[in-house]
Design a protein around this ligand. Structure first.
Ligand SMILES: [Zn+2]
Ligand SMILES: [Zn+2]
Length: 430
């Protein structure tokens, strides 16, 4: 991160003048600084749990702006707290981690970083746009500090590690230093999306992102010669029936307006064609929205697996093993009343900003852990990053793809402006 300071220092020495975006409400947003921060973070991604340099950079920036840093929030997570008179407390969270993907955007500031995980060298890329979230977050911090006269209260800027592995928010809510932070009245986060144009902000009230569960299942059988299946109980045939039948939970057991997804992402069993193995391993991801639905689907998976095993002739001691991995995260619940306030705020921000009502998504986000643990009104806003002119290389790339790249030049100042306004307007509510 030394390099980052040098870039800014050289810009200062060489007299490189910054450009600013003047917003409708009078904020002066330093776009030169935003773009250089974004490109630097994009070029220097770090994997979940390893965001050491990234968190150091964010911390240094917040400390320079006068925030008090609260450390030890699990992994590399930390908070910056800024008190500015008597008023409500609001929490605004960014995530920091990148993904093990080889970037193919072809831009000059593409990541060429790799890291060694589990003895394997893997490429790293900000393919979920957490670099966009961090840059926006820093931009909002700078705007709020510059506009201190326009608001009163306490802001908690929360920088979270390990969103992609579902461990970051879990670690934070368990940390003793987190409990010591002032209690927020509202909790906010953004997530970028190439589904919406820059300047568009997506709102989805109530359950907006799914609860995520990962499950490993071992289907037992009784192996033997491939030529004599009548002397065996074939776990491969049993697995095939089970996988088919799992989809009946979504199509037959749940109402059409009560969606869920059950995906079997991996099947491993057997060695060669003429041996019936003793067991088969399945790896599943399960997506639901309400806690009731989640419980129902998990129970139904076991019921179907157990009944099929018994029907195949296995005994009660040979039923499948179901292992729910320690990666479960609850759904993201967006508070509708808070959503209304935020929409009003964004609509009044800039003529080029617009509100789009979006449908819930089956992807997961651990931001739901905060409101799940404290019932404080929370909202995750989708921030559009798709180029309106189809010029940015991002346009075709979806989240988690090697070609994902936000139209950052257009989206960053608009998002900083929108979120700064949201926060300032929320501070005005007593
Ligand atoms: Zn992601
Ligand atoms: Zn993400």
């Amino acid at each position: 991160m030394q390099k980052y300071s040098w870039i800014l220092f050289l810009m200062f020495i060489l007299g490189v003048s910054n450009t600013y975006a003047q917003t409708q409400k009078g904020f002066k947003i330093d776009t030169t600084q935003l773009y250089s921060t974004y490109c630097f973070l994009h070029q220097n991604p770090e994997l979940s749990g390893y965001e050491i340099e990234t968190s150091a950079l964010l911390k240094r920036e917040l400390a320079e702006l006068g925030f008090t840093i609260v450390d030890s929030l699990g992994l590399n997570s930390f908070a910056g707290v800024l008190e500015n008179g008597k008023g409500p407390t609001i929490l605004y969270r960014t995530d920091m981690d990148a993904l093990p993907i080889l970037e193919t955007t072809g831009v000059g500031f593409a990541s060429s970083k790799t890291d060694n995980t589990n003895g394997k060298q893997v490429p790293i890329m900000h393919a979920c746009g957490h670099d966009f979230h961090m840059t926006t977050w820093l931009g909002v911090a700078r705007t709020l500090v510059a506009a201190k006269k326009k608001w009163k209260g306490t802001i908690i800027f929360l920088a979270q590690s390990s969103e992609e592995t579902g461990q970051g928010a879990k670690g934070i809510v368990k940390a003793s230093n987190y409990v010591k932070l002032p209690t927020p009245k509202y909790q906010l986060a953004i997530h970028d999306t190439p589904d919406l144009l820059t300047g568009s902000f997506g709102f989805c009230d109530e359950y907006s992102m799914a609860a995520v569960d990962m499950m490993n299942i071992t289907i037992h059988g009784r192996g033997g010669h491939g030529a004599e299946p009548f002397k065996t109980i074939d776990p491969i045939l049993l697995s095939a029936n089970f996988i088919q039948e799992l989809q009946s939970i979504v199509s037959q057991n749940l109402a059409f307006n009560n969606p869920a997804v059950i995906t079997v992402g991996a099947i491993n069993g057997g060695t060669v064609g003429n041996i019936i193995p003793n067991s088969v391993e399945l790896k599943l991801t399960i997506r639901t929205f309400s806690p009731e639905n989640r419980k129902y689907v998990l129970t139904r998976i076991e019921e179907i697996g157990n009944y099929l095993a018994l029907a195949a002739g296995l005994s009660e001691t040979e039923l499948p093993d179901y292992e729910l991995l320690d990666m479960s995260i609850p759904p993201v619940y967006n508070n509708p009343a808070l959503g209304e306030l935020l929409q009003k705020s964004i609509s009044n921000t800039s003529k080029s900003n617009s509100i789009v009502k979006v449908l819930p998504k089956m992807i997961g986000e651990d931001f739901g852990i905060y409101s799940n643990s404290n019932s404080i009104p929370s909202y995750l806003i989708w921030a559009g990053v798709k180029s309106p002119n189809n010029t940015a290389p991002s346009t075709s790339g979806s989240l988690h793809s090697s070609t994902f790249l936000p139209d950052y030049k257009s989206a960053l100042p608009l998002t900083v402006d929108a979120i700064s306004n949201c926060l300032i307007d929320l501070f005005a509510i007593h």
